[in-house]
Design a protein around this ligand. Structure first.
Ligand SMILES: Cc1cc2nc3c(=O)[nH]c(=O)nc-3n(C[C@H](O)[C@H](O)[C@H](O)COP(=O)(O)OP(=O)(O)OC[C@H]3O[C@@H](n4cnc5c(N)ncnc54)[C@H](O)[C@@H]3O)c2cc1C
Length: 485
């Protein structure tokens, strides 16, 4: 009997667990270790953050689903990986600390034959002084954060109802933050809620971003086909902001936040301030912070993880100039080069480099978005990693029939811009491939037939349908496997 240990029950880890168990059946063990007892459909947190969905609608308890599927679930935090075993263990193991009320604080060493690290991002608010829901800014990165954000937003709306002007600032809270799409979605939804309340005259709205040009989204921007024309995402994004009367500051590296004031540096190296009444800024992302040790107990964290804590996989990490970046640098099977039975999927894997051109100001500050790994690639990667592991266990072969390089995979992103069956709106963007490939597509960097963008009501419906479809799938309801990632 083989043991597959999956760390993290987010979009990537949960997908991997469902698929691994379905492929492997009862002859093998699938174990999931994750600290939050709930699954959350993160993309819908935006709607929690504007009070149009409750936290209950975007989450559900994992334990009953795992029980139904025959997956062993441990509500715990993974602390360290021991890929060579050691101590009393012949086999490799992961050291975990339980979080469930029954076992709170207990440590355990969980052996594995295959390990899938899907621990996602650590929300590194500490990397920016004054950032985060415990300090001066809001967040929508988790359902609790989004709920807290909604409470603060209501206070701002109340003040506006009493005739008080409010300044809203939404965007990135670190010079190298990613996930601009989520912040963009949030600002558009806030705007829609303000308009619904007929309070536009009392709202001053700012988009602040580390992007060199708007619409970069950490993927170096894109050329998209829209209404028969090819448009850069810069124009697409700027027109949406303009239409909504939202001003913007680009090339901004937020360094510090104080009550009501954001301090940022720009690419000229100047320091500026932006005042706010309500701010939601995305933090820097890091890896989960696990350590690694060899059989003798010596630390080998660097062997498994990049300096940002994300796991090294089959990518080409050789430092290269921007001009030399290649789409073939990107991984396709997500296997650790150091240990063949370890994989990293979703945000947990270390990208070889960015997709956006690195920009450094005269003070040496890099103001550059790091590459996103959105829900769709995170799910697809979780799936193929689980399929490869199941294949290896069942056949005894060490090959990888399933591959999913972000340089050969497309992604769809739906940026909600207002909620409602009749009045909802969303910008739908598809890119193919996610990582631009200027060798294969010298004109646009991507296949322009599949790289498109539209704004409209249909996009909102699609986003709503996806919410219910993915919650259905994650709950492992009948025929869940027919719903693609
Ligand atoms: C507000 C918001 C809106 C978004 N909207 C969209 C969208 O519309 N479309 C889209 O495609 N993408 C969207 N994204 C991005 C998408 O949510 C992520 O790409 C996706 O969640 C990444 O999946 P993941 O499994 O890698 O990480 P996560 O979903 O973050 O899961 C990580 C898991 O690991 C667990 N974990 C962490 N540390 C440990 C540890 N030490 N041990 C064990 N477990 C651990 C966590 O508790 C969690 O269960 C959005 C993101 C945000 C924040």
């Amino acid at each position: 009997m083989a043991k597959v240990l999956i760390l993290g029950a987010g979009i990537s880890g949960h997908t991997a667990a469902q698929i691994a168990k379905r492929k492997l059946g009862d002859q093998h063990e699938v174990i999931v270790v994750s600290p939050n007892s709930n699954y959350q459909w993160v993309p819908s947190n935006i709607w929690v953050g504007i009070g149009l969905m409750t936290t209950e609608q975007v989450k559900f308890a994992l334990a009953p689903v795992y029980k139904k599927l025959g997956i062993i679930y441990k509500q715990a935090l993974a602390l360290s990986v021991h890929p060579e075993g050691g101590g009393t263990h012949e086999k490799p193991y992961v050291s975990i600390q339980h979080i469930s009320p029954e076992k709170q604080g207990e440590k355990e060493e969980v052996e594995y034959d295959y390990l899938i690290n899907a621990t996602g991002p650590k929300l590194n608010f500490a990397a920016t002084e004054g950032l985060g829901p415990d300090k001066f800014t809001n967040s929508v990165c988790t359902y609790d954060h989004a709920d807290h954000s909604w409470k603060n937003l209501q206070k701002a709306f109340e003040k506006m109802k009493n005739g008080e002007k409010q300044i809203f600032v939404i965007g990135t809270g670190h010079p190298m933050a990613t996930c601009q799409g989520a912040a963009f979605e949030y600002i558009l939804n806030i705007k829609a809620e303000i308009s619904k309340r007929k309070l536009d005259h009392l709202a001053e709205m700012w988009w602040i971003s580390n992007e060199y040009e708007l619409g970069d989204f950490g993927m170096g921007g894109a050329y998209i086909r829209k209404n028969g024309y090819v448009t850069p995402t810069k124009i697409f994004t700027e027109s949406i902001l303009k239409e909504n009367n939202i001003r913007w500051i680009k090339r901004a590296g937020v360094k510090k936040v104080e009550e009501g004031v954001i301090h940022f540096e720009n690419l000229e190296g100047e320091t500026h301030q932006l005042h706010f009444d309500f701010a939601m800024l995305i933090p820097a992302f890091a890896g989960s912070g696990m350590k690694a040790f060899d059989k003798g107990g010596a630390e080998i964290t660097e062997k498994l993880f990049a300096p940002n804590g994300m796991m090294k996989v089959d990518a080409d990490y050789t430092p290269k100039k921007y001009e030399d970046w290649k789409s073939s640098d990107w991984p396709s099977i997500y296997q650790s080069p150091a240990y063949a039975n370890i994989y990293a999927s979703g945000i947990a894997f270390a990208p070889p480099h960015g997709m956006s051109k690195p920009m450094i100001n005269k003070n040496g500050l890099s103001i550059t978005p790091t590459p996103p790994r959105t829900g769709m690639p995170s799910g697809v990667i979780g799936k193929i990693v689980a399929e490869n592991v199941a294949h290896q266990i069942k056949t005894g072969k060490n090959d990888h029939p399933h591959k999913a390089s972000m340089a050969r995979m497309g992604a769809a992103c739906i940026v909600s811009a207002g909620y409602g069956i009749r009045k909802g709106k969303a910008a739908v963007m598809t890119v193919f491939p996610i990582v631009p490939d200027w060798e294969k597509y010298p004109k646009w960097g991507r296949n322009i037939n599949y790289t498109v963008g539209e704004v409209g009501l249909a996009g909102h419906w699609l986003k709503l349908i996806l919410h219910y479809a993915f919650m259905y799938k994650a709950k492992a309801k009948p025929f869940w496997w027919l719903i693609p990632e």
